[in-house]
Every structure is written in structure tokens, then in C-alpha cells.
Design a protein around this ligand. Structure first.
Ligand SMILES: *Cc1c(COP(=O)(O)O)cnc(C)c1O
Length: 393
């Protein structure tokens, strides 16, 4: 059989990621491939590092993109900071805390789990109790923005608690970076990782990471070798570390890095604070529409993420059929629930360049149309106007 060229349909991506990628970013990706040690490429790498420091709000020297998706950033933080026999306090309030536990175990260390309900933030009191019980714990790991539920945890408070008990911190900021306030230096986060395909509106495949001074100290003083050759920061820095003497470590994903560079330029042009405000504002409009329709939010407003909206499914509605209709009739993707929330919620993403007025109104209109056609118990024909009123304020 002879396969033909693949031409994907044009979608609007309003799920839990990837989010829509700006044409500017896609165009950057199509520029000529050059060598990964070409002086022109090395100059671009320095720009990426500088813009990443801005995005993370950090002066950390060890700030760079790992050449693989967010999960690899997670693994990079764990394999470098955890040694066999260590105790690590892992907070779980959704899917991704569970993956942190897996990482700790695979490093030959012991996870001490602090569990919270899905849809709730990490409870600092429980973390404090765990720190008091386990004096020998070396690290606290938690997810800032739980994409599986849409709940945000108080990173600054959790980091302070960890430090009060001589623990370092690993923070998952895959969904928060670029979408909600995140200040690595001010909050004294030791190690953090993110992804490009959520609020940074870039293609998937890159994971920005940043390590602060305490984390660098710990990596340098390890008793054992980092068990992953590819992710060993001591070796990666030979390529990403400053200066002219860059050595081959692996072939960087050159064109993907052009794309990432462009998305960071766009973030810089918009301004980080403006990006946070845009995500918050579009969430308010979506919320007005969703609630006017008669659906509810799963996560309490006090700790709800504007970029990931978990909403209830009306009585008697086949949630998968609704998502299929949205995709087939309106080329619109929204997300399903995961784990404890599977079949119970939809996850509507308003991340990165997806977060705009047009998408809020289109999504509400399409959802209203599909649910009305199914004779679902909703209030029809009011959602778009409710959102429009928020935009008119
Ligand atoms: C998406 C996500 C990840 C994993 O990122 P990938 O790029 O899919 O590997 C990790 N943590 C959180 C909170 C996420 O939302």
C-alpha cells in the first residue's frame, strides 16, 4: 500500500492539552534545519534560556528546555534529585501526583503519600503533619495546577513548609506556566518543570525545567550516579550550559526549538501579567455561559484554574456522544474526565492561544446546540449572551 501525505483536519483544541498553536509558531517550525552546534543555533539557544527565565520568573542559571514532553521534565527532576533510599513526600490530588509516586519508586526511593480528594488543592496541614512524622524526608513534590481536575495548589505555602523542615521541592508547573501566576524565585521553588503544549501555545515535545541553587548543590553532592544517562543534568549542561564550548550530548529537536523560541517571543510581547489576566478574563466569560446553561463547576472558585474548566454533565447525557458531536460537527475538541472523575465531567481547556473570546463564544454556542438537539436538561439559547455580557463589561 502507498500512503499519501497526511493532512490533519483543522481543529479548535479546547481540551486539557495540546492547545491551539499559533500560525506564527508553526511557520517558525518550518524554517530551514541547521546544525545543532551551528553558531546561529547556539545564539538562539541563549535567547530561549533568557526568555524561559522570564517565563519562570527566575534568575536560575540552570534553566533550559529538556528535549522531550512534560513527562520527561518530571522524570528529569526526580532522577537528578532523588537517590536510592531517600524518603520523598508526594502530594496527590489527581492523576499527576500518582505519576510522581511512580517516579520516586523507580528511583529506588520511598514515597510518603499525602492524599487529597480529586478537585481539591493539596492541604498544607496534611503536608506539615507528614513533614513532622518523617524527619528524614528529603523532598516534597506536588503539582501546582492539576490538569486532571482543574484545581490549583498554594505553591508558595507548600514550598515554605518544606524548607522549614529542611526539604527541597519539586513542582509540576506543566499547566500553570504562562496561564496563572508562578514566581519561581519569589516562592523559592527548588526544581520545576513544565510543558510547551499547554499555556505556552507551542507544539508538544519540549519540557522547560529550572533548578535553583539548593537543587544544584544536591545534584553535585550525589552519592550515586543519576541512573538516566539522557537526563543526567551534569551531562546535559555540557550542551546547554553557557559559553562557546558546547559539546555534543544529543541532537536537539532543532525545528521544535524554533517553534518554542517563537512562542516565548509571543509571550514576551504580550507580557506575562497580561497573559495571566487574559486567561482569568476568558474563564469568567466561559463560566457565565456554562452556569447560565445550568451546568456547574466541579472545583471551588477559591482554587479553580482559569485555564482548565471541569464542568458537570447534565442528567442522562452520554458525555462521549457529546464530545464526538462537537468534534464531528464543529471540529471542536474538549476533554473527558480522568480517574475518579471519568464519565462525570468535561474538561474545557482555555490554555495559551486557545484562550480567546472567539473560542469561548464558539464553544458555548456549539455545546448549547449539541445539548439542545439531544434534548438535554439545560437552559437553551442563553449561554452565548451571558458570556458576551462579561466581555462587554
Ligand atoms: C500534561 C501534563 C503532564 C505531562 O506532560 P506531557 O507533555 O503530556 O508529557 C504532566 N503534568 C501535568 C500537570 C500535566 O498537565
Amino acid at each position: 500500500m502507498t500512503a499519501k501525505s497526511f493532512h490533519p483536519p483543522v481543529r479548535t483544541l479546547m481540551g486539557p492539552g495540546p492547545s491551539d498553536v499559533s500560525p506564527r509558531v508553526l511557520e517558525a517550525m518550518a524554517r530551514p534545519t541547521i546544525g545543532h552546534l551551528d553558531p546561529a543555533f547556539v545564539g538562539m539557544m541563549d535567547d530561549v534560556k533568557g526568555m524561559l527565565q522570564y517565563a519562570f520568573q527566575t534568575k536560575n542559571e540552570l534553566t533550559m528546555p529538556v528535549s522531550a514532553p512534560g513527562s520527561a521534565g518530571m522524570e528529569t527532576c526526580f532522577v537528578n534529585l532523588v537517590e536510592p533510599g531517600d524518603k520523598v513526600i508526594v502530594c496527590q490530588n489527581g492523576v499527576f501526583g500518582g505519576r510522581m509516586k511512580e517516579n520516586v519508586e523507580r528511583c529506588g526511593a520511598t514515597p510518603i503519600m499525602v492524599m487529597d480528594d480529586w478537585g481539591k488543592p493539596v492541604d498544607p496541614n496534611k503536608v506539615e503533619d507528614a513533614l513532622k512524622t518523617h524527619h528524614d524526608a528529603k523532598l516534597v513534590a506536588f503539582v501546582h495546577a492539576e490538569t486532571s481536575t482543574g484545581a490549583q495548589s498554594d505553591a508558595q505555602t507548600l514550598v515554605k513548609l518544606a524548607h522549614d523542615h529542611d526539604c527541597l521541592t519539586i513542582v509540576d508547573a506543566v499547566t500553570s506556566l504562562g496561564g496563572t501566576p508562578l514566581k519561581v524565585d519569589e516562592w523559592e521553588i527548588d526544581a520545576i518543570y513544565s510543558g510547551t503544549q499547554k499555556c505556552l501555545s507551542c507544539v508538544p515535545g519540549i519540557s522547560p525545567v529550572s533548578f535553583g541553587p539548593r537543587a544544584v548543590e544536591r545534584i553535585k553532592n550525589r552519592q550515586s550516579k543519576v541512573q538516566s544517562w539522557f537526563m543526567d543534568m551534569n551531562l546535559v549542561m555540557g550542551y546547554w550550559g553557557g559559553g562557546a564550548k558546547r559539546a555534543y550530548h544529543h541532537t536537539a529537536p532543532i525545528n521544535t526549538l524554533y517553534a518554542f523560541h517563537e512562542s516565548l517571543v509571543m509571550l514576551q510581547e504580550e507580557g506575562l501579567e497580561n497573559a495571566w489576566a487574559r486567561h482569568a478574563h476568558n474563564h469568567q466569560a466561559l463560566k457565565a455561559g456554562v452556569e447560565a446553561m445550568g451546568l456547574q463547576f466541579v472545583v471551588d472558585e477559591a482554587y479553580r484554574l482559569p485555564q482548565l474548566n471541569s464542568v458537570t454533565i447534565p442528567e442522562g447525557v452520554d458525555e462521549a456522544a457529546v464530545r464526538a458531536e462537537l468534534l464531528n460537527r464543529y471540529s471542536l475538541e474538549i476533554g473527558a474526565g480522568l480517574g475518579a472523575l471519568a464519565g462525570k465531567i468535561w474538561r474545557i481547556g482555555l490554555m495559551g492561544s486557545t484562550s480567546n473570546q472567539k473560542n469561548v463564544l464558539n464553544c458555548l454556542g456549539a455545546l448549547d446546540a449539541v445539548l439542545s438537539d439531544m434534548r438535554a436538561p439545560i437552559k437553551s439559547g442563553v449561554a452565548v449572551a451571558a458570556a458576551k455580557a462579561v466581555f462587554a463589561e
